[in-house]
Design a protein around this ligand. Sequence first.
Ligand SMILES: Nc1nc2c(ncn2[C@@H]2O[C@H](COP(=O)(O)OP(=O)(O)OP(=O)(O)O)[C@@H](O)[C@H]2O)c(=O)[nH]1
Ligand SMILES: [Mg+2]
Length: 366
Amino acid sequence: MSKQIICAGCGIPIQTEDETRPGYAPPSALERESVVCRRCFRLTHYNEVPDIAPTDDDFIRLLQRIGESDALIVYLVDIFDFNGSWVSGLGRFAGKNDILLVGNKIDVLPKSTNKDKLKRWLRRMANEYGIHPVDVLLISAEKGFGVRELAERMDEWRQGKDVFVVGCTNVGKSTFINRLISLYGLSNRKVTTSAFPGTTLNFIELPLAGGRVLYDTPGVINRHQMAHAVTYDELKIILPKKEIRPKVYQLNERQTIFLGGLARIDYMGAGRRSLVVYASNDLYIHRTKWENADALYKEQVGKLLAPPYHPEDFPELVRQDFSIDDEESDIVFSGLGWVSVKGVGATVRAYAPKGIHIIKRPSIIG
Ligand SMILES: Nc1nc2c(ncn2[C@@H]2O[C@H](COP(=O)(O)OP(=O)(O)OP(=O)(O)O)[C@@H](O)[C@H]2O)c(=O)[nH]1
Ligand SMILES: [Mg+2]
């Protein structure tokens, strides 16, 4: 039997028989030096939305394989959606392996963000989730910030072992891997990346010094992230592409802020205070009186309050109430952004599409 060919873009085994199944490539593609499946070809050249996504079984396999390995784990989180991109259960599966925690997409945070403070915040949150990383780093895989330093730390911490790059879908694992490919000439071909969650379908092996292996891995799917409630066109609006400009609102009691038509926050009181919205600059933010908010939403969702562009197919907004007892807290809409609320004693009501998480956390940018 001839050796199984693996797609250089997403890691799936290549087959040439069934166009409807994962890994299909036309027979002519096999003549190339490095073979990619049709899905990767289309994702890369036409930005087409893939019809094949990794399954939960893929992650169980992945986590088991990591648990059984003696390797360094480079764990990427999306700094724009820290809580939403957290992989629950990773600590348990990591076993004795060292974890290097990496906050990616640092380019979307305001430039004034204090990086040392942010790293301490990351470490504190990681500890609360039960993970004790050996090191915490911030990078922008897209822009290349901090990548070289991370590569050096990886080399120190791996102590001659293999490296797994893991994390939730869309945190930028493959974008980071491509940076390493360029930096060290690990391959003559880039792996596939896309704005759509679930791009990488299987382990992709790249050679490291000492005969060791660097693995790109399929991301864990967190269904409570906004990316799973929206269409590809909507996703392009809500994913910040550059530095977020925070929007500051001085609110009186009983005022409402809409984040497009995707989420909503009602400031109920007490007193006058500032709320700061951190979301993609392309997302329309609308402020109104609380008394008018329900009627406005009913009338304007999909129009003024958009995305969603097709409200008839969009889940209803579900409410969750919070009281702020810290100096400054963030109300996070997983994958859409967050609203920071200053001052003890505030009461807010937050709304997100059914199934999408809303959480309260200590402010990420204080
Ligand atoms: N702003 C910004 N976007 C990034 C960064 N790194 C990756 N992205 C974007 O995030 C999206 C996902 O990137 P991928 O590298 O495909 O993510 P992944 O973790 O490999 O995703 P899966 O293969 O689905 O698990 C793409 O749209 C990237 O352009 C970054 O540093 N900054
Ligand atoms: Mg990937």
